[in-house]
Design a protein around this ligand. Structure first.
Ligand code: RIB
Length: 325
């Protein structure tokens, strides 16, 4: 695809994801080893991952080709080729991705018998991602920006500020929560965000960083929503998702009743599906339901992206709904 065509797709993209691209090396074990322990696994699998790339693929599977653009950085190595090729084959515009001399990000993932995981990310090229990778021509009032915490925080914040200046909307998935998250960081994040998406632990960590006294995730999320005058969404696994408005409103969407094979990327699938529906101006409850259902379906397959559903898959599982939207 030539440069002019790539630029055109980026302008048309509704959702712009600024974040990480990784290659995931995945092993399955009976139980995840604790510190100082070694366990043997018979083999490993290589999957495309990275929270940014996962969310871009999740959104593209539901939105369709040409609506999602990914900005981020990979190395000039085989993993980088694989990561970019995978996004393109999922209908994500890759014209904003920059190749650099650092190695492509790599995640080492161990999945246990119940589908739970432990992840260590070697960030590599992701640490060089720059706000300038997202040109002004990509930002307008229809833009929905999707951010996570695997790209440099100050660069993500700068892209968020530019999107807000262009009257676009910002969805920020606070994952993973940095060990050194300061009150200033969370304050700046809340000031540029329309939808904050966290899991239960991230909600509590963010509230604590802000100095809020919250006894549980419910109080933490309500406090974050009030402090930022935004919508705070908490993904709570089998209990579904909860949304808290800055005005004290609450909405809940249930999850599907499934037996998970691999939960890796479930949160990313929720975020991508949610962002897609928000970009389409669907009601909040519909976006929550789509996120919950997409995330549950993802957990039925191994790897962060393999189980991510397409739009026609939603609303057809478990007999709970016949038609979602
Ligand atoms: O959220 C799952 C993702 O976290 C994995 O794909 C891995 O790359 C890490 O970034």
């Amino acid at each position: 695809m030539d440069r002019r065509r790539r630029g055109l797709l980026s302008v048309l993209a509704m959702i712009v994801v600024f974040g990480s691209l990784n290659i995931d090396l995945v092993t399955r074990v009976a139980a995840i080893p604790g510190p100082g322990r070694t366990v043997l696994a018979p083999s490993y699998q290589t999957h495309c991952g990275g929270k940014g790339a996962n969310q871009a693929v999740a959104a593209a599977r539901i939105a369709g080709a040409g609506k999602i653009a990914m900005a981020g950085r990979v190395g000039r190595d085989g993993f980088g080729d694989q990561a970019v090729r995978n996004l393109a084959s999922n209908g994500v515009d890759t014209g904003l991705i920059v190749r650099v001399g650092e190695p492509t990000g790599c995640a080492f993932i161990t999945v246990d018998g119940s589908g739970e995981n432990a992840i260590t990310v070697a960030s590599g090229a992701n640490l060089t991602a720059s706000a300038d990778d997202v040109p002004a021509r990509c930002l307008n009032a229809d833009t929905v920006l999707l951010l996570q915490m695997e790209a440099p925080f100050m660069q993500s914040l700068e892209v968020a500020r530019r999107v807000k200046a262009a009257s676009g909307r910002v969805i920020w998935n606070l994952a993973p929560v940095p060990e050194q998250m300061t009150e200033a960081m969370i304050g700046a994040l809340l000031a540029t965000t329309d939808y904050l998406i966290v899991n239960e632990h991230e909600a509590s960590d963010a509230a604590a960083a802000l100095g809020l006294a919250a006894v549980d995730f419910d109080a933490a999320a309500a406090g974050l929503a009030r402090a930022g005058q935004l919508t705070c969404v908490v993904t709570a696994g089998a209990r579904g998702a909860f949304a808290y408005g800055g005005d004290g409103t609450r909405v809940h969407a249930p999850s599907l009743d499934i037996i998970p094979v691999d939960t890796t990327g479930a949160g990313d699938t929720f975020v991508g599906a949610f962002a897609c529906l928000i970009g389409e101006n669907a009601p909040l409850r519909t976006a929550l339901e789509a996120g919950c259902e997409a995330a549950a379906l993802k957990c039925l397959k191994s790897g962060a992206q393999d189980g991510m559903p397409v739009r026609r898959d939603l609303g057809s599982v478990g007999g709970k709904r016949t038609q979602l939207f």
